[in-house]
Design a protein around this ligand. Sequence first.
Ligand SMILES: *[C@@H]1O[C@H](CO)[C@@H](O)[C@H](O)[C@H]1NC(C)=O
Ligand SMILES: *[C@@H]1O[C@H](CO)[C@@H](O)[C@H](O)[C@H]1NC(C)=O
Ligand SMILES: *[C@@H]1O[C@H](CO)[C@@H](O)[C@H](O)[C@H]1NC(C)=O
Length: 273
Amino acid sequence: MKERETPPTPTLLAIFFCLFATVLCNSTPREVFRLYRAVPHSTTGLRALHDLQKNDHLFNVDFWKEPRAIEDTADVMVPESVWGLVEEYLQNSNCTYRVSVPDVEKLILYNEGSKRTRPGFGKRLNDDPILDSEPDDDWTNVGKLKKAKYPFGDYAPYADMMKYMRTIEFYYPGFTKIVRIGTSHEGKPIEGLKIGFPIENTSKRAVWIDGNIHAREWASSHTALYIINQLVSGYGKDDNTTFYVNNLNFYIVPCLNPDGYEYTRSSPQPLVR
Ligand SMILES: *[C@@H]1O[C@H](CO)[C@@H](O)[C@H](O)[C@H]1NC(C)=O
Ligand SMILES: *[C@@H]1O[C@H](CO)[C@@H](O)[C@H](O)[C@H]1NC(C)=O
Ligand SMILES: *[C@@H]1O[C@H](CO)[C@@H](O)[C@H](O)[C@H]1NC(C)=O
């Protein structure tokens, strides 16, 4: 059964035609993409944001996060050619907004270029028991690492994710184990971590978590890695975590699409999918 589609609101259609005119007249060599954070304050606003999302292809906007309720935030990436129109649309539909990233491409380049050279970056999580060590760029060294380390403040290479999981397996063999579910098109191993005590027990209920099946949804990999971190570092310390790890088998594959992750990570063009 097909869900009944609501037609775009007149305002949205109107801005689409303005947009058409704008795009025909301006051709900028490098278009700047801004990330807007918008908050709907009424059902009108929420509906307007959902309409914009349904028609994202018409405007070339990209929702990084959709709003789930009134007063919830939406993050939407907007190309320069439609800044004015989108701002007007948000104002007219009772949403407040601010620009949270003025130039997405610059931010990507900044994160790529100065990884590990910025002092204090990613230090926030360093009071964590399994993150407290220096990163090691040579990942043939896994067995010699003191502790697993993943730069959670950053979008690190796929190899770092694997190194992180393998290091955890090395230090916590009693309740963690690498599982390999296949190989990507370009030949990268697709690996995850099984977490459960005792690790040999296969008859417990399973919890499956995966991330990053869509190339550019980087945050999902890091959410999955963070769950790994919480389960491993909380085991034996936090009663609930210990209970879950004893009674369930977690299978966590942070990045199902390593080719897409690496491809989009290495391209500063925000629209690459
Ligand atoms: C806009 O939101 C406010 C609440 O923040 C509400 O009082 C007002 O009626 C809304 N206006 C429209 C046009 O929906
Ligand atoms: C553990 O779970 C219970 C509910 O089952 C909850 O009330 C409690 O706050 C949790 N404790 C921690 C430390 O998360
Ligand atoms: C595995 O764990 C489940 C749940 O804790 C338990 O009921 C079962 O007996 C265990 N099986 C083995 C082989 O240890």
